[in-house]
Design a protein around this ligand. Structure first.
Ligand code: ZN
Length: 78
């Protein structure tokens, strides 16, 4: 397996990114734990074949969650 070379903290970040990338995530549509990474920021559910745009190395990111929440609030208020 490839690894970041120099520095312990950068290696730690790299390892956790790879771990998140290989994990399966819960599908927001069908609820199965079958969402896998297909490409950069592209995620697909093996259960219902839906594709999602997500984070580059994990299905959801803090920034993504924030924008989702803001969009939901905006839809509620207007
Ligand atoms: Zn699904």
């Amino acid at each position: 397996m490839q690894t970041a070379r120099f520095g312990a903290s950068i290696r730690k970040l790299h390892d956790s990114a790879i771990k998140d990338k290989k994990k399966s995530y819960e599908c927001p549509k069908c609820g199965k734990i079958k969402v896998v990474r297909k490409g950069n920021a592209l995620w697909m559910c093996k259960g219902c074949k839906s594709t999602f745009a997500g984070g580059a190395y994990s299905f959801t990111t803090e920034a993504g969650e924030l924008s989702r929440r803001l969009a939901a609030d905006y839809a509620k208020s207007s």
